[in-house]
Design a protein around this ligand. Structure first.
Ligand code: URA
Length: 422
């Protein structure tokens, strides 16, 4: 094959053969296919699409570019992946909860980029906690604690790492075949036998409408099944932030509240719904995750999981140097609070990064003191902005312009879990 032939096939709307896909991914990983050639191919795929067979092969070739973890543990392994949202800290209470229910959860996670947060950035606000583990440390912790949340190892789907960076700078990210194969190559290589996808829809998500979310969810499930992984997907609302906390340390604090049997109702609801789905895939559907959460066992697993990675679960979390309060301009009911605006504001306060190499502030973020449906009086605090860099406040306030509305009547309650695909 030559890269030019492969690009031409897709450019002209043709189907890539299994052999072409295997060759081009392998050659790109080895540097034989040049970045500019892969750029052209990614754009051709973006414009022409791929059918389900091509997507499954593309994903398989990306898995084969690296190692597939062999998780020899005594419990059934199951993982969750979220397509990303604002205030989405669900992994933090979920992984220990599902482990407390009897499964093993290997969560190889990423860092935040743009307005959505990263699980590792959040956990790194815990003093001493370490994201980088070797494969043998992962397997050992899965056996002893039952849950691991850590950085993806270098050898996992290296083709995707290269291709994702390339897509980022060539405007080829928002393609369902490329997103679905990217997510699933990493998740399948991680080696879990079951996988639940939380596909977010709404202003704070990649997918802005339900049709797009359904298309992505069904593609993700299809790839998983094609590769022998028991896979299902929940489509969940991301039009308003999840819970009250958006940022790093503040999201850890809120997750600990949930693990101690308190915390915001929406975070509890989604954590339990995803746990139920994961347990079903792991063959543990007779265990009730709500009861296990209430028992405190999930909190015990959290403490063990944080300690195993060098963190001190009882250490005080970092506090911001500056807090700015946004007040309600009038009285009524909070009718809406826009996820995207809050996500961008938290990012500008220092919770997120603009470039991969940038540091994040552990204490930066936003507390949403009122959620849609809550009554508010003029002058009540609605949002609390946390930052170590007060000079960032004007940019955050600009992002929050129009982020919430106050009305006379409560908005109609909308479900958090919109659809389930199995
Ligand atoms: N997340 C990924 O891992 N890959 C994508 O392409 C998009 C989101």
């Amino acid at each position: 094959f030559t890269a030019v032939d492969v690009i031409r096939t897709k450019r002209d709307g043709g189907r890539l053969s299994d052999e072409q896909i295997a060759w081009v991914i392998d050659a790109y990983t080895r540097g034989v296919v040049a970045e500019e050639q892969m750029s052209a191919l990614a754009m051709a795929i973006f414009l022409r699409g791929m059918d389900s067979g091509e997507i499954a092969r593309w994903t398989g070739a990306m898995i084969d570019s690296g190692e597939r973890l062999a998780l020899h543990v005594s419990r059934p392994t199951v993982d969750k992946h979220s397509t990303g949202g604002v205030g989405d800290k669900i992994t933090l209470p979920l992984a220990p909860l599902v482990a407390a229910c009897g499964a093993a959860v290997p969560q190889l996670s990423g860092r935040g980029l743009g307005h959505t947060g990263g699980t590792l950035d959040k956990l790194e606000s815990i003093p001493g906690w370490r994201a980088a583990l070797s494969t043998s440390e992962i397997v050992r912790q899965l056996d002893s604690v039952g849950a691991v949340v850590c950085a993806a190892t270098e050898g996992l789907a290296p083709a995707d790492r290269k291709l994702y960076a390339l897509r980022d700078v060539t405007s080829t990210v928002e393609s369902i075949p490329l997103i679905a194969s990217s997510i699933m190559s990493k998740k399948i290589a991680e080696g879990a036998s079951g996988l639940v996808l939380d596909v977010k829809v709404g202003s704070g998500a990649f997918m802005k409408n339900l049709d797009q979310a359904r298309a992505l969810a069904s593609q993700l499930v299809e790839i998983g099944v094609a590769h022998g992984v028991a896979t299902s997907a929940l489509i969940t609302d991301m039009s308003t932030p999840l819970g009250s906390a958006v940022g790093n340390a503040v999201e850890v604090a809120e997750s600990v509240e949930v693990l101690r049997g308190r915390g915001p109702a929406d975070v509890v609801e989604l954590t339990v719904a995803l746990a139920r789905e994961m347990l079903a895939l792991a063959g543990l559907s007779d265990v009730d995750p709500a009861a296990v959460l209430a028992s405190g066992k999930a909190y015990d697993v959290w403490c063990a999981m944080i300690s195993a990675q060098g963190g001190d679960p009882s250490a005080p979390l970092p506090r911001p140097r500056h807090i700015e309060v946004v007040k309600a301009p009038s009285s009524g009911v909070l009718a809406s609070l826009d996820a995207y605006s809050v996500g961008v504001a938290a990012w500008r306060l220092g919770a997120g990064r603009a470039r991969k190499e940038d540091p994040v502030q552990a204490a930066a973020g936003i507390l949403c003191l009122a959620k849609p449906g809550a009554p508010v009086s003029a002058g009540d605090p609605v949002l609390e902005l946390h930052t170590d860099t007060p000079e960032a406040v004007p940019a955050a306030l600009a992002a929050l312009d129009g982020a919430f509305t106050i009305a006379d009547e409560a908005p109609e309650a909308t479900p958090l879990v919109l659809e389930t695909l199995r």
